[in-house]
Design a protein around this ligand. Structure first.
Ligand code: 2AM
Length: 594
């Protein structure tokens, strides 16, 4: 039997499954196998019946959900009309990435396994169940799983066992070749292309939305910088409802771009085109030709904490013995603890790593840039406005992320810092974005009351809902909002006051630091048990929680159950049951983020 062409399909939310898929692809290349690697939703599933060897690398997100870039595949695969046995020619293997601290650990990989068996595929080895909670990290499962995968494959394709793999320190060919253009060639300004057709903006075709305003809504003396930002989406075909989410692609900071170009001795103004060395497509939204500046600024994720595959590839460029040894250690299974302390714990960025390995960085070949650095991941924000109140606009509420680690320079959140740095008063600025359905849904019946608990920026989706509901004449709205101080971070105060005056809102505030003892939204929920019981038990209210405080949702749930017991006279078990029933019926919903 001749060597198979390996197809690696991944579903990745934060980039880990993608990185793992790419590591496996490199191992395949070292064994001189033809390999393709892509997100599940970029693959035409109808072709699966003619593949011979496929590996699925899928993470599980949230409450056992598949990542965004495999949602279409997921819907297709579970269609009842798919004939049993339709994948009987397929050999496959499944590697799941999950976190055992969540109840539905690796649910996606397990469900995929069952379904593939049902469709007649031959699953070559047990599903790999990598666990973020493992003492030695997910790689403690992934590495042995890779080894047993290759063991199986070489038994199946004996010609492979005779192949001597390329050594780990020999660089593989890059995925793309750069062709630099000389100045004589016609200059074309690199800009985001505005879609002129009727397509709805998406990850591969984001819409460049002009920033209308960017206002700080916390007092200048307050520790946290929170921005209220408005974006113009006129002509984008974007539509959304309260609870939906806007995805944005951030850019790297200009000083980081400059430092990166200096380290690699690249002129940011040089233009190039890319050609794939195999049949990989050029990234859809990277213009061709493109300047080095544009590539580094809006494509290469140099500000993220690099993953293991980064060190694996970087080590192949080492010319200095010390650097080579260190990089080899970080690339090895045994060095993962060390890598964690060096990179993950202090949140060291890829750019900072490059400065720590100057000899290696000096020898980096530009053709490998897209292999070395993943694409900047889009970030999601709950939409804080409604199209009814603000036609053609999307507003968001963004807390600017900044924190300290043992490293000297404070750590910055890439997207929030970038957004905060944009000043529309200095000229037009654009944010590439698209919109995604969110998990919060609000009732369409006019009489159904909604109770919303959203401390801090958690209030964003509720502002959208309130704007929508006021225009629809829905008056039964209760909001619990929490912030540190009435004078420092009580944003949107005047809007809430207007709604209260107009009879659209009952507001309960928790100022956590305006008095000695902390007061949180859950305290207010507990205090207002009678009202909540009446709204929920008698008027079928829907209850919502949104926000980023880790313990907050659980504490609010506890407070609500206590309220049921005290105001409704039900037992603890009955209160628990009530909440579970509400959740099942979509009357209890939450959206939390970190
Ligand atoms: P704190 O920062 O004073 O502790 C918005 O961030 C508000 O949420 C702040 O008032 C913050 O209070 C509060 N908060 C922090 N942790 C919380 C928790 N576990 N439950 C509820 N609110 C919390």
């Amino acid at each position: 039997m001749s060597n198979p062409a390996l197809l690696i399909l991944y579903g990745s939310q934060t980039g880990t499954a993608q990185d793992t898929a790419q590591r496996l692809a490199r191992q395949a290349q070292r064994r001189r196998l033809r390999v393709r690697v892509m997100p599940l939703d970029d693959y035409n599933v109808a072709h699966l019946i003619s593949e011979s060897l496929v590996v699925f690398v899928c993470s599980t997100t949230g409450q056992g959900d598949p990542p965004d870039n495999m949602k279409n595949f997921w819907r297709f695969l579970f269609k009842k009309s798919l004939p049993v046995g339709s994948l009987s020619r397929l050999d496959c293997a499944i590697l799941g990435l999950g976190d055992s601290s969540y109840p539905k650990f690796n649910f996606v990989a397990k469900k995929l396994h069952k379904r593939l068996l049902q469709l007649g595929a031959c699953v070559l080895l047990p599903v790999g169940l990598a666990d973020d909670q493992h003492d030695l990290g997910a790689d403690a499962v992934i590495d042995p799983w890779f080894a047993s995968f290759w063991g199986k494959v070489s038994t199946l394709y004996p010609t492979l066992s005779g192949v001597i793999p390329l050594r780990e320190d020999e660089p593989l060919p890059p995925t793309y070749t750069f062709h630099f253009l000389d100045d004589m060639q016609e200059k074309e300004e690199v800009r985001l292309r505005i879609p002129m057709d009727q397509t709805v903006p998406s990850q591969s075709h984001p819409f460049p939305a002009r920033m209308v305003f960017n206002r700080r809504v916390t007092e200048p003396s307050h520790f946290q910088d929170v921005r209220h930002i408005e974006l113009d989406v006129t002509g984008s075909n974007i539509e959304f409802a309260a609870g939906d989410v806007v995805m944005m692609r951030p850019c790297n900071a200009p000083e980081d771009v400059q430092q990166f170009c200096q380290l690699l001795r690249l002129d940011p103004e040089t233009r190039f085109t890319l050609s794939p060395t195999d049949n990989t497509a050029v990234p859809a939204w990277l213009p061709q030709p493109c300047t080095v500046r544009h590539l580094v600024e809006s494509y290469l994720d140099i500000a993220a904490v690099p993953r293991r595959s980064f060190f694996e590839l970087l080590s192949t460029f080492a010319t200095n013995e010390l650097e080579r040894e260190k990089l080899a250690e970080f690339s090895s299974a045994a060095g993962q603890d060390e890598l964690h302390s060096y990179c993950n714990r202090p949140r060291r960025t890829a750019l900072e790593v490059l400065t720590d390995f100057p000899h290696t960085t000096a020898g980096l070949k530009v053709d490998y840039l897209l292999d070395l650095f993943p694409e900047i991941q889009p970030r999601s924000f709950s939409i804080a406005s409604s199209l009814r109140a603000h036609p053609n606009r999307i507003q968001v509420l963004v807390a600017v992320v900044r924190y300290k680690t043992k490293l000297y320079k404070p750590r910055k959140g890439l997207c929030s810092s970038w957004l905060a740095s944009l000043d529309p008063a200095q000229g037009d600025v654009y944010v590439p974005l698209w919109v995604k359905k969110g998990s919060l849904k609000f009732p369409s019946e006019k009489e159904t009351p909604v109770i919303m608990v959203g401390p801090g920026t958690g209030v964003a989706p509720f502002r959208s809902a309130l704007q929508e509901r006021t225009t629809e004449g829905k008056t039964a709205n209760v909001l619990f909002f929490g912030c540190r101080s009435e004078s420092k971070d009580f944003y949107f105060r005047s809007e809430w006051e207007e709604m209260m005056e107009a009879g659209f809102l009952a507001l309960f505030m928790a100022f956590s630091r305006d008095q000695e003892a902390k007061v949180y939204v859950q305290h207010r929920v507990r205090e207002n048990g009678e009202l909540l019981w009446d709204l929920i038990a008698n008027k079928h209210a829907c209850f919502y929680i949104a926000g980023n405080a880790k313990q907050m949702p659980a504490s609010v749930c506890d407070a609500l159950k206590e309220a049921f017991q005290q105001a409704g006279g039900v037992s603890a078990e009955e209160a628990e049951q009530m909440l579970a029933t509400m959740e099942k019926m979509g009357r209890f919903q939450s959206e939390t983020w970190s």
